[in-house]
Design a protein around this ligand. Structure first.
Ligand SMILES: Nc1ncnc2c1ncn2[C@@H]1O[C@H](COP(=O)(O)OP(=O)(O)OP(=O)(O)O)[C@@H](O)[C@H]1O
Length: 291
């Protein structure tokens, strides 16, 4: 994909991980969820992580963001850098996970990540205070960010609580809060699956234009292959926690792709398939792709 603004921002490495492996601690011992994942992204690059339910997408995202505590999971890796600096990505020693510096994350449901009892102004303060800004600067930046994400009347919105906003507005506030720390990497876990198709595409357009402006690399976790193909440069396909393919989005349909990736693509519903006798399943499609 050729985006001039993006090229101006690109160049530097945003994130690099090598041999990234995560296992959950359970009563019956360590259960592997992600095995030996390696990738690197430049500033403004966009990676989609796709795969069926349970393939390890969220685990990968949470571990990279630093949101898995030590009691829950063990994280092993060879190399982990964010914005060129080594980062300790072993699961957080604290019971309350501490987000890795330079990595922000947004979730499907803004209500679960916004503090329900704090005003929007308070939530901006708690992020922007970390940058050592004066109170008046925090206020001005908060107003600026609310405007940037397309919400009118920012002074009024700052006084509201999350439950007083619509779902689309909450999602926009969450994006503003995630981006105002100017992260090198933004991880968006199913950012639009709770929204209708029109709002969902608008939110993706907004998120990615901010990422271009700030030179932030974006990792989108999604089940929506069409969304991934429209909005990302590269795809990482996971199955049982293992990488099946890591390729340019444009080459996703190439015959060189793994049987799993081809089966996953075969399961994307298409309008022209309306008269298919039975819907494709991953198991049947994989058998066909492998034969
Ligand atoms: N806290 C946990 N303890 C033990 N196992 C877990 C825990 N959380 C997730 N798992 C397991 O890890 C594997 C990967 O789960 P994960 O949620 O990362 O998959 P996913 O691809 O994000 O799925 P989905 O698309 O449904 O969100 C699954 O087998 C899941 O059951």
């Amino acid at each position: 994909m050729n985006r001039p603004a993006e090229q101006a921002q690109s160049g530097g490495e945003a994130i690099a991980v090598e041999g990234f492996t995560v296992a959950y601690r359970t009563e019956s011992g360590l259960v592997p969820a992600v095995s030996d994942v390696s990738f690197a992204l430049k500033r403004s690059e966009r990676l989609a992580v796709v795969g069926e339910s349970g393939s390890g997408k969220t685990t990968l995202a949470m571990a990279i963001a630093g949101l898995l505590p030590h009691e829950t999971a063990r994280v092993d890796y060879g190399v982990a850098r964010v914005a060129g600096r080594p980062v300790d990505m072993s699961a957080s020693r604290s019971v309350i996970p501490v987000r890795h510096e330079g990595v922000s994350m947004i979730f499907q449901d803004a209500m679960t990540s916004l503090d329900p009892v704090a005003t929007i102004a308070h939530q901006f303060r708690s992020v922007l205070d970390a940058r050592g800004l004066r109170r008046s600067q925090v206020r001005a930046e908060s107003v600026g960010w609310i405007e940037k994400v397309g919400i009118p009347n920012p002074e009024r919105v700052l006084k509201l609580h999350p439950y007083e906003l619509s779902g689309g507005m909450r999602q926009r506030v969450m994006i503003a809060l995630a981006m105002c720390s100017r992260p090198a990497v933004l991880i968006a876990d199913e950012p639009t699956s709770a929204l209708d198709i029109v709002v969902s595409r608008r939110i993706m357009d907004l998120l990615l234009s901010l990422a271009v402006e700030l030179g932030t690399a974006v990792i989108v976790i999604t089940h929506d292959i069409d969304l991934a193909r429209k909005y990302t440069d590269r795809m990482l396909v996971l199955y049982h926690g293992e990488v099946q393919d890591l390729c340019d989005t444009d080459s996703l349909t190439s015959a060189e792709r793994s049987a799993y990736t081809r089966a996953l693509l075969d399961c994307v519903p298409r309008l022209q398939d309306y008269d298919r006798e039975s819907l494709p399943t991953l198991t049947r499609s994989m058998e066909r792709a492998a034969s």
